[in-house]
Write a protein that binds this ligand. Structure first.
Ligand code: 13P
Length: 253
């Protein structure tokens, strides 16, 4: 059985005070949920040392929202996977659509980030998903497959034994237009089938999270789908009541 994972992605949000208020509450909720699920927060890099302190001794895990392909060197403004690892990060999100879009990160470049994170002891959380026009043109699986294939080509299918996939339809991110449980389940199932064509055991084991306006209201039905193993939560991970409720939903599965 795959363990449900509830992960928050704070994006470019938060203050020192946010870290204090939210991490304490989420650590408590994660402890209460016990070993049935995993809970993690990915915060802006600048907050990670504070998150490390606030989460210490709890079951709450944490990670970065991105990472560079290099471990060190003259790359102004970047953060390396080894640096994140030193501060206790477990996960690194790679290939979020906001980075693919605003920073023009190609599938091949995202694959390099995936590899760099994994080679340096982090669990990459690979975000994939289509835009609204691609959805309308029924290109969802073409996009998802190409985004997955770039990683398979560089790292091999076995790399997904120690990775997480997050299906995040771009049209659902921050729009309040959550994918219906039927649409999300169908895509998750097809993603798993695609991975199965390379290695059935890996496909069966890999956690596939749903992201895109997933909140306290929509999480129960989404998480109830057989191929949805939890969520990557944006806006609702900045609210104590909402994210705590999502954690409780996953713990009941
Ligand atoms: P929202 O939950 O705010 O739609 O964001 C989803 C997301 O992009 C998580 O990575």
């Amino acid at each position: 059985m795959r363990k449900p994972l509830v992960m928050g992605n704070w994006k470019l949000n938060g203050t020192k005070q946010t870290v204090k208020e939210l991490i304490g509450a989420f650590a408590e909720a994660a402890n209460k949920a016990g070993d049935k699920i995993e809970v993690a927060i990915c915060s802006p890099a600048v907050f990670i040392p504070l998150v490390e302190g606030a989460a210490a001794g709890s079951k709450l895990q944490y990670g970065s929202e991105d990472c560079d392909i290099h471990t060190q060197g003259a790359y102004t403004g970047e953060n390396s996977p080894t640096q994140f690892k030193e501060f206790g990060c477990k996960y690194a999100i790679v290939g979020h659509s906001e980075r693919r879009g605003y920073h023009k990160e190609s599938n091949e470049y995202v694959a390099q980030k995936f590899k760099s994170a994994q080679d340096n002891g982090l669990i990459p959380v690979l975000c994939i998903g289509e835009s609204e026009s691609e959805f309308e043109q029924k290109k969802t699986m073409d996009i998802c497959k190409a985004e997955l294939k770039a990683v398979i080509d560089l790292c091999g299918i076995a790399a997904f034994e120690k990775a997480v996939i997050a299906y995040e339809p771009i049209w659902a991110i921050g729009t309040g237009k959550t994918a219906t449980p039927e649409i999300a389940q169908d895509v998750h199932h097809q993603i798993r089938e695609y991975l199965k064509s390379f290695d059935a055991a890996v496909a069966d084991k890999v956690q596939i999270l749903y992201g895109g306006s997933c909140n306290a209201k929509t999480a129960p039905e989404l998480f109830g789908q057989p191929d949805i193993d939890g969520g990557l939560i944006g806006g609702a991970s900045l609210k104590v009541a909402d994210f705590t409720s999502i954690i409780e939903t996953a713990a009941k599965l």
